[in-house]
Design a protein around this ligand. Structure first.
Ligand SMILES: NC(=O)C1=CN([C@@H]2O[C@H](COP(=O)(O)OP(=O)(O)OC[C@H]3O[C@@H](n4cnc5c(N)ncnc54)[C@H](OP(=O)(O)O)[C@@H]3O)[C@@H](O)[C@H]2O)C=CC1
Ligand SMILES: N[C@@H](CC=O)C(=O)O
Length: 416
């Protein structure tokens, strides 16, 4: 067995929730054999759990230290993370990152840098926290075509939805708890607005389908406008609302991507995924559907995923992006979905060739619609709808019918 790990020195960028988690894991695992060479942080005034001598405030102190074998980039600043990772890769070094925002924004360039300079970049912790999803797609499903990869990829949103649903917490109190527990991003809009799930979906798509997609290309609605009425609607359908990210191959053999609040029923695994847990379904063409569930955020679960990458990288593991070499699929967002839409009473919806747009119910405060719309058309009005207190969830055709049946004053709304 290789004894490569016994002489390894690691440089850690960031000592927040994840950085501390990795540090704890390294201290606890006997024979980890990794020496922490230094930790780079930003705030000189912050109280720390380690002596001041463990820290530096200048990234170059680590990046230019020739004795360091491997880096872990675990900071909350995506721009600075990009510059750290780029410099490390250009020097042909090995670096593990948890920064999905940075990774999804620069993936094609980061893949090229690894090829050009023979560096290594791993990022299991960036998707699904402790769930080994990237390595499963990359290594185990390197050659089998996949039909779908979908699931809950954001711990904070799931925590908020669970707490509102099971404990009746307000949205703002549940968000505050997610922040206090270290699950939320420095800017929680990334979590509740669905951006974080989009970034993770882009990373999944590169490994599962061989496509590098820009985050802006993905349809995205979050849970930031949710109200208790929406949870009551879901309950009346014997369902729960989950923020679901999905990459699926359509009937025309093209790839459709979206992040949407979605009604899930007791028959679906995602119904039972609660709090900061994430859950991902992989549907390979031959193997049959599989479901992986695990803690999607938090200090030690994420630290564990970083350590798994550090350990694998030190044994010579690197991603090969096997599906990119095959690249038989293109992105197409023309597939149609059924949606539930709640808006302020009297609001005007944009005219985008809705199909079956039905105003199911109107109260003094809100109007409730169901409709069919293509992913592409919904994406076109995504920015128009933002900021208008509109909540959208994907539902099934059966749920749309059942919702309409509950109200006798069903009214068809026809646009051009
Ligand atoms: N929290 C989680 O559960 C998960 C987080 N991630 C990702 O991991 C990364 C870290 O998240 P998390 O630990 O929660 O964040 P925290 O906010 O808890 O910690 C961020 C750390 O980054 C440091 N930092 C920020 N900017 C700089 C900079 N310019 N130079 C050096 N250090 C800097 C901070 O320094 P200082 O201590 O001085 O403030 C702090 O130590 C993020 O990319 C996040 O998206 C991924 C999976 C799960
Ligand atoms: N903010 C993220 C942290 C892990 O990726 C989340 O809530 O999932």
């Amino acid at each position: 067995m290789s004894n490569k790990q016994s002489n390894s020195r690691i440089g850690i960028f960031g000592f927040g929730c994840v950085g501390q988690g990795l540090y704890d894991v390294l201290q606890t695992i006997e024979k980890a054999g990794i020496e922490v060479a230094g930790i780079c942080v930003k705030d000189k005034e912050k109280p720390r759990s380690l002596p001041a001598s463990a820290f530096t405030y200048n990234p170059q102190d680590l990046l230019q230290d020739e004795s360091i074998t491997i880096f872990a980039e675990l900071i909350s600043d995506a721009d600075e993370a990009y510059s750290i990772v780029k410099q490390a890769l250009k020097a042909g070094k090995t670096i593990v990152s948890a920064n999905k925002k940075m990774l999804a924004s620069h993936l094609p360039e980061l893949i090229e840098l690894q090829q050009n300079y023979n560096g290594t970049l791993l990022y299991e912790a960036a998707v699904g926290g402790s769930i080994p999803i990237i390595r499963t797609l990359e290594s185990y499903y390197s050659s089998e075509p996949l039909q779908q990869v979908s699931g809950i990829l954001n711990g904070s949103s799931n925590f908020i939805l669970s707490k509102m649903e099971s404990e009746g917490l307000s949205y703002s109190l549940a968000l505050q708890q997610a922040q206090e527990l270290g699950f939320a991003e420095a800017d929680p809009t990334l979590d509740v607005g669905g951006f974080d799930s989009v970034n993770k979906l882009c990373l999944i798509t590169a490994h599962a389908f061989g496509l590098t997609i820009k985050p802006e290309q993905v349809l995205r609605f979050g849970i930031d406008t949710i109200k208790k009425e929406d949870l009551e609607f879901a309950k009346s359908m014997n369902a729960r609302i989950r923020l679901v990210a999905s990459a699926e191959v359509t009937e025309d053999n093209e790839l459709s991507l979206r992040v949407l609040p979605t009604l899930v029923t007791e028959q679906q695994e995602l119904y039972y995924v609660t709090n900061e847990t994430n859950g991902v379904t992989i549907a390979p063409v031959f193997a049959g559907e599989q479901f992986i569930k695990g803690l999607g955020a938090g200090s030690h679960p994420t630290g564990s995923a970083v350590w798994a990458d550090v350990s694998a990288a030190l044994s010579g593991y690197r991603y090969s992006y096997p599906k990119a070499a095959i690249k038989t699929i293109a992105l197409n967002q023309d597939n149609k979905i059924n949606i539930y839409l709640r808006c302020v009473a009297g609001s005007t919806l944009p005219e985008v060739n809705w199909e079956n747009l039905v105003k199911v119910q109107e109260t003094r405060e809100a109007a409730y619609f169901t409709a069919i719309i293509s992913v592409h058309k919904l994406q076109k009005i995504q920015s128009y709808l933002a900021g208008k207190q509109i909540f959208i969830a994907e539902i099934t055709a059966e749920q749309a019918t059942n919702f309409a049946l509950k109200f006798s004053e069903k009214e068809e709304v026809v646009y051009s």
